[in-house]
Design a protein around this ligand. Sequence first.
Ligand code: GDP
Ligand code: MG
Length: 164
Amino acid sequence: KLPIVAIIGRPNVGKSTLVNRLAGQQSAIVHDEPGVTRDRTYLPAYWGDREYLVVDTGGLVFNDETEFLPLIRQQASLALKEASAAIFVVDGQLGLTSADEEIAEWLRQQTVPVLLAVNKCESPEQGLVQAAEFWQLGLGEPFAVSGIHGNGTGELLDELINHL
Ligand code: GDP
Ligand code: MG
């Protein structure tokens, strides 16, 4: 049975793009606007000789933060039940938001290991700066990555497979 890695985070942070990057195929739906509803899909992904399934948990999104937070938690709870690890994705260009803090607080109470991916960091130098503020989420080292360009994902995956 392959280990499952759940991708969690607010709408529009780049979860689906990262899933596509990890799975190496354009299977997750990427949309410019929040609000695209989709089923949970499990995509096979590899890192070295390790295989796992990556699942995008962002199926239900709303524009009103007070509405979408409980729904993200609900979706994420279901995914975390069966997951060996989770990747919490945040937006490094937008910076830390209160929604990120709320999701992080909830994630810290879960037993599954959580890795923090600070996405949209196309420049490695700027990425270090963009990622720094996310240390305060209390989820350990923030990994600066770009789902679009792929930089930083190697370091993230090296750490991920330690938890699978
Ligand atoms: P999701 O709602 O979290 O699944 O986010 P999506 O993957 O659908 O992406 C939301 C928006 O962010 C789209 O316009 C993407 O093109 C953009 N995006 C995703 N990843 C990156 C990235 O690494 N860098 C930049 N600059 N934009 C990104
Ligand atoms: Mg998505």
